[in-house]
Design a protein around this ligand. Structure first.
Ligand code: HEC
Ligand code: HEC
Length: 455
């Protein structure tokens, strides 16, 4: 009634009292007839609106939609483990490193080989190809500055420590830290950029002390050369290597998703503008969104403006018999806890209390077996194939997987069967397509600074 009286008081100033009286009678009648907009519960409104109007959303539903909108994304929190994370000069330096194919064993692989700007920073392949073939599917880097964990198993806890992984991985860049330190040392521009951020570049000209190729890597020669170095000299090289990672992270922090059709739709829903909602979404897309936040339970894990809870779940995706079992988070958590480059390690700029994720993450439990990081669904329609092994080819198949919720090969699946109708599956797929958008990053950050280098 309060609402109706407010309407009347407001209306009195604008329209004739008689019209106001009629309006009140109309509203009271509507609110007492079951099934009309004002009287129904959320559940009932959900069911009703399917038959009536896919663009009708209750207040509660609008709050949920709003929580998924990019306009709810908080400002990027600082990374206390990386003191140069937000310096423009570091991002500039990091961008050059990100696209530099010289930072590899064969001079052909850069981060951008697998994280291609034009493919939403992924590669379109089931398993990535660098110097060799990797065991997992390439993840995007878009928006990952918001993520406390990196990699499908969260075996890294920052963007800078993550970047050090592929550089020394035998099948990705395939090189080693001493090789990279020498490339920077011998390049005047790199050296100047480095010194601006980190102070004097150590003198690496004595190759007996600092071999051209050395590091704790698989390659036996580089590994032996590393063993032959003094602890102090290794430390010099490792610090340069860490600083490279921190600069790359400063670059990656600028790569974010831009608002999509979905965000425009939420804006229209919040304004209660049917015309704008209908102009933005087809009925099928609106129904798909309803399935996403309702019957499909997708929002249990794909939530927040980046559509991820940043947590790990076993959803029982099929595994390939050709590859060894992947234990996911179960192994990832012990790797990150023991990583010398983690938030609590000597190379981190954070204080102990600034590493709560690492300190309090769950380290044991059956739910960690074959659990993988919930990926963001922004731009998902552009980044097939799917899942940690790239084992599902299309979004339609992903949705069928959720519908059937098969028993996992190892561990326990978090999914339950959903009983979708064919139409619900189609609607869900068309909704997922509305999460695509261009990237939000300064234009010069999306171009290779090495136009003459092959990617
Ligand atoms: C050979 C292809 C390849 C190269 C080269 C490569 N990556 Fe990746 N990237 C991957 C794959 C595959 C994954 C997932 C690996 C895993 O989970 O084990 C990944 C994961 C990531 C992630 C984690 C994203 C997330 O949501 O957790 C980031 C960030 C990233 N790479 C950045 C980089 C940077 C920076 C470089 C260069 C220093 C680089 N990558 C080089 C293939 C590659
Ligand atoms: C229990 C948590 C959970 C729920 C519920 C869930 N997801 Fe996922 N989703 C994940 C995880 C974890 C992965 C990655 C799994 C892997 O690679 O093994 C994933 C992967 C995906 C992918 C592949 C993305 C990519 O880039 O590879 C899509 C698409 C997807 N989910 C859509 C959905 C939809 C649609 C629903 C609702 C029907 C849903 N998810 C419900 C956790 C969940």
């Amino acid at each position: 009634m309060y609402l109706h009286l407010q309407t009347c008081r407001f209306s009195l100033r604008l329209i004739k009292p008689l019209t106001c009286l009629l309006l009140v009678i109309m509203l009271i009648t509507m609110s007492t007839v079951p099934g009309t907009v004002l009287g129904e519960s959320d559940a009932a409104s959900n069911a009703m609106s399917l038959t009536r109007d896919p663009h009708y959303w209750s207040e509660t539903q609008i709050a949920v939609l709003s929580s998924l909108s990019l306009s709810s994304l908080p400002p990027l929190p600082p990374d206390p483990s990386n003191s140069i994370a937000d310096k423009p000069a570091a991002a500039e330096f990091g961008k050059k490193l990100f696209f530099d194919v010289r930072l590899s064993a064969n001079g052909t692989v850069s981060c951008a080989t697998c994280h291609k700007v034009e493919l939403n920073f992924t590669d379109g392949l089931p398993r990535a190809i660098g110097v060799g073939v990797t065991k997992r599917h390439t993840m995007t880097i878009v928006g990952t500055a918001y993520s406390p964990w990196m990699f499908w198993d969260g075996s890294k806890d920052s963007q800078w420590s993550q970047a050090l992984g592929p550089l020394e991985n035998a099948v990705e860049h395939g090189g080693n830290r001493s090789l990279y330190a020498h490339i920077l040392f011998n390049d005047d521009v790199y050296r100047t950029q480095y010194e601006y951020l980190f102070g004097k570049f150590p003198d690496l000209s004595d190759v007996n002390r600092y071999p051209n190729s050395a590091g704790p890597v698989e390659d036996p020669e580089a590994s032996a050369a590393w063993e032959g170095m003094t602890q102090e000299d290794r430390e010099v090289i490792t610090q340069i290597f860490v600083n490279m990672g921190k600069a790359i992270a400063a670059y990656e922090r600028l790569i974010m998703p831009a608002p999509s059709t979905f965000d425009a739709y939420v804006m229209a829903a919040k304004l209660g503008s049917w015309t704008r909602m209908q102009a933005t979404y087809t009925d099928s897309q609106a129904r798909g969104l309803r399935v996403f936040i309702g019957k499909g339970q997708c929002i249990n894990c794909h939530n927040g403006p980046l559509f991820t809870n940043n947590d790990f779940h076993n959803i029982g995706v099929p595994l390939s018999i050709d590859f060894p079992l992947d234990f996911g988070r179960k192994n990832g958590v012990s790797v990150v806890k023991n990583d010398p480059f983690n938030c609590l390690g000597d190379y981190s700029d954070a204080l102990y209390v600034q590493c709560p994720d690492l300190l309090y993450t769950k380290t044991k439990g059956p739910e960690l077996v074959a659990a993988f990081k919930t990926p963001s669904l922004r731009n998902v329609a552009e980044s097939a194939p799917y899942m940690h092994f790239g084992q599902i080819e299309t979004l339609a198949e992903v949705i069928r997987h959720y519908n059937e919720a098969p028993s996992p090969v190892q561990g326990h699946s978090s999914l339950t069967k959903l009983d979708f109708t064919i139409n619900e599956m189609k609607d869900l797929e068309s909704f997922l397509g509305t999460l695509s958008s261009p990237l939000a990053a300064p234009a010069d950050m999306l171009k290779s600074p090495w136009p003459s280098m092959a990617k």
